[in-house]
Ligand binder design. Structure first.
Ligand code: GDP
Ligand code: ZN
Length: 308
């Protein structure tokens, strides 16, 4: 009997595909019946990126144990049932793809995604796509965007699949890591992944999967190896990312620049709205914290009031 440790690279419905990374040698495995879901609201026991132990003999390969997750990305059903689905586990970095134009990014939307990444414990990079369309026309806006997000502590990579800008930088950053790519439809995420490795075509993959599996698809999430090194998980649609798990008092902790500044607030806890001696408000006033980010924070507090 052979046994070992491997990473889940795809949920293929009746079975999983595993590989012992960094080698890319994919083999099928089934889940042993006795592995039960610990949290009953989770609909899938194993997700792409999970590290598992397996045992193999002439009858096939069986997953015997799911190793503890370093982090995971979870999506709730929209219908307010308690059900949730783990999209990916053990992600080294999330690349959040946005464009300044076609479609124009809404900063509160981006900030919500970045807060979610912080909540999950996944370092995030902001990818500014399609720069060929606005590098000159919107130079001021581009500079401001970079200042806001680099100021908050996020790397910002400017890319264009037309000019090739930034592609080599992302390839380099992806090496040796599991990288989750997410972005609103139309931002150029598929084009970007294809530019990183022309042998990958996420659009075609997603369509054929949807066709084969219909609505109850469990396998839209798949890990691909990049020819240049590292792995990509393409995450279609990011709207399901929610703040359900975060208490209002905690939201500011997931804005890294606000967390840093809040050490000097006079009161603890401080909502950074009305309290005297609030170091976050002081930092917004003297420009160390971008007002755009602070406004996103206030918006999240408001929304929280509405829904709770
Ligand atoms: P996705 O929905 O995020 O996967 O977006 P796609 O990769 O399908 O791209 C959406 C549209 O934007 C397509 O018409 C692409 O040709 C276009 N596009 C993607 N990247 C770029 C870019 O870097 N520059 C320009 N000018 N257009 C781009
Ligand atoms: Zn404060």
């Amino acid at each position: 009997m052979k046994s070992g440790q491997a990473t889940v690279v795809k949920n293929a419905g009746s079975h999983y595909l595993l590989s012992e990374l960094p080698a890319w040698e994919v083999f099928p495995a089934v889940l042993r019946g006795k592995i039960r879901l610990k949290a009953s609201e989770i609909t899938n026991p194993i997700a792409v990126g999970d590290h598992v132990r397996y045992e193999a003999d002439e009858d096939g390969c069986v997953i015997t144990e799911i190793l503890p997750r370093r982090n995971y990305v979870i999506r709730r059903s929209t219908n307010l049932s308690r059900q949730a689905h783990i999209i990916a586990a053990n992600v080294d970095r999330a690349y959040v793809v946005v464009s300044l134009l076609f479609p124009e990014v809404k900063l509160p939307f981006l900030d919500r995604i970045l807060v979610t990444c912080e909540l999950y414990g996944i370092p995030a990079t902001v990818v500014l796509s399609k720069t060929d369309l606005y590098r000159d026309e919107a130079a001021g806006q581009l500079a401001r965007f970079k200042a806001i997000y680099e100021g908050a502590g996020y790397p910002v990579i400017e890319t264009s699949v037309r000019t090739g800008e930034g592609i080599a930088d992302i390839r380099e950053a992806c090496k040796g890591q599991v990288n989750l790519f997410s972005g609103e439809s139309g931002v150029g995420k598929s084009s970007l992944i294809k530019a990183l490795d022309p042998s990958l075509d996420p659009k075609i993959g997603a369509i054929s999967l949807a066709h084969l599996q219909g609505k109850h698809t469990t396998s839209l999430y798949e890990m691909y190896p990049l020819a240049s090194g590292g792995y990509v998980i393409d995450s279609p649609g990011i709207r399901g990312f929610g703040l359900v798990d975060v208490e209002k008092e905690e939201i500011a902790r997931y804005f890294p620049e606000m967390l840093r500044a809040s050490q000097d607030c006079r009161f603890t806890p401080c909502s950074h709205t009305h309290e005297p001696g609030c170091a976050v408000k002081a930092a917004v006033e003297d420009g160390r914290i971008a007002p755009e980010r602070y406004n996103s924070y206030l918006g999240m507090l408001e929304e929280d009031k509405k829904f709770r």
